[in-house]
Design a protein. Structure first.
Length: 459
């Protein structure tokens, strides 16, 4: 091929790629925009991007991860994105030891955590190892995006956001996938720049009065507690996390809080139904915060998934529920009050079950109803000392505690009973808690803030 032929061939290939990109633009623009929003939301809550891809897609994945690390090196902690690709040695080990289809599962399990975003690259959409990774991500409550070919394969229906490129040409699909990733990275980069180039904590709206405040959140390793700790961390607070037993989840919550911008973050295990456990937690708080506490969020509690009609409710289950949900709140709030000064905040988490009752869950509803009366009493008692006491009453929230119930047809049925037609995420509850902890709520006292999408309307 002479020089002229080579130039013509390159030009033809570029024109063909351009035409393919133009044909794809209308089809992928909307889902790609949703993808960009997911990336921004992931970084805003302190999460990371995890990428998986086979063959040629593996090269795309590694390129994109490198791009994010370069683009965001001044705005993010190290490793804003991780490529879970596998070299030949890893693939051999996978095939020999635990099956090729599990190679990405192990990566997701090792590095993934709730709040992250998993991005899968596949031209066919039928790779067994990517399907297994998507399933593992769902179990870990990690949102999944998949960039695919026009058919979508078996991956399209099992991920949260499929992006289908209208082509059957494998090379062209991969090229468009890379172009989409460049576009999304550019949008994310521009978002950082527009927000002044700050980290996660700088991009989050900082509520007044929370910077450098000492905050203790019980039940803080998962669900609403974790989301609250991370949100308050993003407002510049110093965050302590009390948890019962899941050390790994607590460590992840601390990492998320630090990534979100916490001035400091720590965790401590404690059984809050035991006065000795409460004493140990608050002694740790004294060591970390210097015997001063500004905000106490009482969130620790349990719920009975299995319905228990009153005739079938044994005393031991009633007692366990009351001790875990109410006695623990009494003990921990009493300890917090001894450390709260003027301007202090107490926010306790109750439930819509306290307001409307819940058949088959009378002991749960009773424990949460008692908390609301406790809040009103303490608001009057502690108000003169400059300490406000309020509650947040969530409806259905998509957490590990309710995960088994919120599946399939049951979830769809529950959603139809909520006027906004969606089940809350933990962050939807964390926001109102953060508001009550801030100076914006300095004149709010003795209130129960209902966060249920309109499912229970209380006057």
């Amino acid at each position: 091929m002479n020089r002229v032929d080579a130039v013509s061939a390159v030009k033809a290939q570029l024109e063909y790629l351009s035409q393919t990109a133009l044909r794809s633009a209308d089809a992928v623009a909307e889902p790609a925009g949703q993808y960009a929003r997911l990336v921004i939301d992931t970084f805003d809550r302190g999460g990371r991007l995890l990428f998986c891809g086979n063959g040629g897609s593996a090269a795309t994945v590694e390129h994109v991860v490198t791009e994010y690390m370069i683009r965001l090196k001044r705005q993010r902690e190290p490793l804003p994105a991780i490529a879970l690709t596998a070299g030949s040695a890893q693939l051999t080990a996978a095939a020999n030891d635990f099956g090729y289809e599990n190679v990405f599962v192990r990566g997701v399990r090792a590095f993934g955590r709730p709040g992250d975003l998993l991005v899968l690259h596949s031209t066919s959409g039928d790779s067994a190892n990517l399907l297994a990774a998507a399933s593992e991500a769902a179990a870990l409550r990690i949102t999944t995006v998949a960039l695919l070919g026009e058919t979508g394969g078996r991956l399209a229906p099992v991920v949260d956001l499929p992006i289908l490129v209208p082509s059957t040409d494998t090379a062209r699909i991969q090229e468009i996938h890379l172009a989409i990733e460049h576009a999304v990275a550019e949008i994310v980069d521009s978002y950082f720049a527009d927000e002044g180039g700050g980290g996660v904590s700088d991009r989050q709206t900082r509520l007044p009065g929370l910077d450098d405040r000492a905050v203790l959140v019980t039940g803080g390793s998962r669900g609403i507690g974790r989301a609250t700790a991370v949100m308050l961390a993003g407002c510049g607070a110093r965050v302590g996390i009390g948890y019962r037993s899941d050390e790994r989840a607590a460590a992840e919550a601390v990492d998320l809080a630090l990534s979100a911008g916490a001035a400091s973050a720590w965790s401590f295990p404690a059984d809050l139904t035991d006065p000795a456990g409460v004493e140990a937690l608050f002694e740790e708080s004294d060591r970390q915060f210097g015997s001063v506490l500004d905000v106490f969020v009482g969130n620790a509690g349990i719920w009975n998934e299995r319905e228990r009609p009153i005739r079938e409710l044994p005393l031991e289950e009633w007692t366990a529920m009351i001790e875990t949900n109410l006695t623990s709140i009494y003990l921990s709030t009493r300890a917090a009050v001894a450390r709260l000064g003027e301007g202090g905040r107490i926010i306790l988490v109750t439930s819509t079950a306290a307001q409307r009752g819940e058949a088959g869950h009378s002991h749960y509803a009773a424990s949460k109803g008692a908390i609301q009366s406790f809040v009103k009493s303490l608001a009057v008692e502690l108000g003169p000392a400059g300490v406000t006491v309020n509650a947040v009453a969530p409806g259905w929230v998509d957490t590990e505690m309710s995960a088994n119930v919120l599946r399939g047809e049951t979830r769809a049925m529950i959603e139809t009973e909520i006027p906004v037609r969606r089940i809350a995420e933990p962050e939807d509850i964390a926001g109102p808690i953060a508001f009550l902890a801030s100076d914006l709520a300095r004149h709010v006292n003795g209130e129960v803030l209902n966060v249920n999408g309109g499912s229970v309307l209380c006057g």
